[in-house]
Design a protein around this ligand. Structure first.
Ligand SMILES: [Zn+2]
Length: 114
């Protein structure tokens, strides 16, 4: 899950229009603004902090660019984030949800039996 609720972004010519169009008030000369993470443009390279949905440990918070995060979420049927240690759990869950088995090997056997 994304930990940051809001994130500071530099007000730049090319992103100001985006934020204005979704209702942010931007004053002239503003250098920085706080925006909700979900309001970032989907191709934003800004790093967001993510906590593992499995162990939820505060020590394994990792960073990922918002753009990669969106990509990850759209690719996977499991809308959860996993740290390095828990990646296996996520794969298991994905296999279970997609194929009804826990691992690729089990999938292989099931497939052969049919
Ligand atoms: Zn974890």
């Amino acid at each position: 899950m994304i930990i940051d609720q809001e994130i500071k972004v530099k007000a730049m010519y090319r992103n100001i229009e985006h934020y204005k169009s979704i209702g942010y008030e931007i004053n002239k000369g503003m250098q920085e603004l706080s925006v909700k993470v979900e309001d970032l443009p989907i191709n934003s390279h800004l790093k967001i902090k993510i906590r593992c949905d499995y162990c939820q440990c505060m020590d394994c918070i990792f960073e990922r660019s918002y753009r990669d995060h969106i990509k990850h979420q759209s690719k996977s049927s499991i809308k959860k984030d996993a740290c390095k240690n828990c990646r296996g759990l996520k794969i298991k869950e994905h296999m279970l949800k997609t194929y009804g088995v826990e691992s690729g090997i089990a999938f292989h056997y099931n497939f052969l039996e049919k």
